[in-house]
Write a protein that binds this ligand. Structure first.
Ligand code: KG4
Ligand code: ZN
Length: 334
C-alpha cells in the first residue's frame, strides 16, 4: 500500500493505492474558490492553505479507506514541477511520515503521476508509449520507454494550453478556471466561425506555442469592436478551443507516427475536455492507434495518480532519502 501526497499547485490531496493499482481512497481539497477572484493561482495563498489542509486530507484518506498506518509500505510525494512553496508543504509532510513510521519515501514527478493515471482504472498501455500531458502548467509530449525512462519529444515554448484557456477566460471576464467555462460555452458555438492561427503548425518539430493564439484573439476583439453583431461568445469560445485541440491532435499523432509508437496516453486537466477526448478518439480510430484517457476525475490534479506512479517506482526500487528536494523544474529524477 502506498500513500500519495500532492501539493504542487492548488489542490491539497492524499490517497492510498494498493498493490493491484486500485484506489483505496482519494481525497482532494481544491483551493479554486480561494484563487478565483485573482483569475489565477496566487502562490503564497496556495502554500498557506496546503499547510492548513495537509493533515486533514491525510487523516481523511485513512478514514475513508479504513486502513491503518501499519498497512502502508511507502509514502510517495510530488517533488516537482510546481510552485516551490506549495511543493515544500507536501514534501515536509511525506518526509516526516517516512521518518516517524519508518517507511519508504518515493519522489514522483507530477507529469509522471499524470501519465500513469490510466493504470488506476485497469487500462494497460504497453511500453514504449507516447504521453501527452496537457494542463494549466504543462503541454509536453513524452516518450515513455519504461518506468523512470522518459524522453521529452516536444513541449510548449511559452504558455501551456490550459494556461491559454485560463488567461483568455480572464480577459473575456468569464471566470476561473477557464477550461471548463470555455468548454461549456463552446458546446453551443460554431467552431468554424473564426479562423484562429495554430502556433508552430509547420515547424517540423513537436513543440507547441499558444501565446500567438492568445494574442490573435485579443487583436480580433480590438480590431472588430462590433464582432458580436456577427458572432456570439459561444462562437468565439468554440473557435478558440478548436485551434487548441487541432494543434494538440496534429502534433501528437505526427509524433506517434515519426517515433513509430502505437499507443498514446492523454493526461492532465485539459484532457477533461469532452471535445478534445472525442477528437483524439476519432483520430485514433482512423489511424489505427490505441488511445488511453483516464476518467475525468483522474485527469485533473489528484494524489491517487501520485500514489500509483509511486507504487510502480517503489516496485522497481526507486526510493529517496530525506534529502529529497522540491524543484520547480520539469526534469525527471528517479
Ligand atoms: O492538471 P491540472 O488540474 O493542474 C495542472 O497540473 O496544471 O489542470 C488544470 C488546467 C486548468 O488550466 C483548467 O482550465 C484546465 O486544466 N481544465 C480544462 C477542463 N477542466 C480543467 N480545460 C479544458 N476543458 C476542461 N473541461
Ligand atoms: Zn497537473
Amino acid at each position: 500500500m502506498i500513500l500519495g501526497i500532492e501539493t504542487s499547485c492548488d489542490e491539497t490531496a492524499a490517497a492510498i493505492v494498493n498493490e493491484k493499482m486500485n484506489i483505496e481512497s482519494s481525497i482532494i481539497f481544491s483551493q479554486v474558490d480561494l484563487h478565483r477572484r485573482y483569475g489565477g493561482v496566487v502562490p503564497e495563498i496556495a502554500s498557506r492553505n496546503h499547510l492548513e489542509k495537509i493533515n486533514i486530507v491525510i487523516d481523511e484518506a485513512f478514514n475513508k479507506s479504513g486502513l491503518k498506518w501499519s498497512s502502508i509500505n511507502g509514502v510517495a510525494v510530488t517533488y516537482g514541477p510546481g510552485l516551490i512553496g506549495a511543493l515544500m508543504v507536501g514534501i515536509s509532510a511525506a518526509k516526516s511520515i517516512a521518518l516517524a513510521k519508518n517507511i519508504d519515501l518515493i519522489g514522483v514527478n507530477h507529469l509522471e503521476g499524470h501519465f500513469f493515471a490510466p493504470l488506476l482504472v485497469g487500462l494497460k498501455p504497453k511500453f514504449p508509449f507516447l504521453a501527452l500531458v496537457v494542463s494549466g502548467g504543462h503541454t509536453s509530449l513524452i516518450k515513455v520507454n519504461e518506468i523512470s525512462e522518459y524522453e521529452v519529444v516536444g513541449q510548449t515554448l511559452d504558455d501551456a494550453a490550459g494556461e491559454a484557456l485560463d488567461k483568455i477566460a480572464k480577459f473575456l471576464n468569464l471566470g476561473y478556471p477557464g477550461g471548463p467555462i470555455i468548454e461549456k460555452l463552446a458546446r453551443e458555438g460554431d467552431e468554424q466561425a473564426i479562423d484562429f492561427p495554430q502556433g508552430l503548425r509547420f515547424s517540423g518539430d513537436f513543440n507547441f506555442s499558444f501565446s500567438g493564439l492568445k494574442t490573435a484573439l485579443i487583436y480580433f476583439i480590438r480590431d472588430n469592436p462590433e464582432w458580436q453583431r456577427e458572432f456570439s461568445m459561444n462562437d468565439l469560445c468554440a473557435s478558440f478551443q478548436k485551434a487548441i485541440i487541432d494543434i494538440l491532435v496534429e502534433k501528437t499523432f505526427s509524433a506517434a507516427e515519426k517515433l513509430n509508437l502505437k499507443e498514446i496516453i492523454l493526461a492532465g486537466g485539459v484532457t477533461a475536455n469532452l471535445g478534445l477526448r472525442k477528437t483524439f478518439e476519432e483520430r485514433a480510430r482512423s489511424s489505427n492507434l490505441k488511445i488511453f484517457i483516464p476518467p475525468v476525475e483522474l485527469c485533473t490534479d489528484n494524489a491517487a495518480m501520485i500514489a500509483g506512479a509511486g507504487f510502480l517506482k517503489w516496485k522497481k526500487g526507486f526510493k529517496k532519502d530525506l534529502y529529497l528536494e522540491a524543484t520547480p523544474s520539469k526534469d525527471f529524477k528517479n
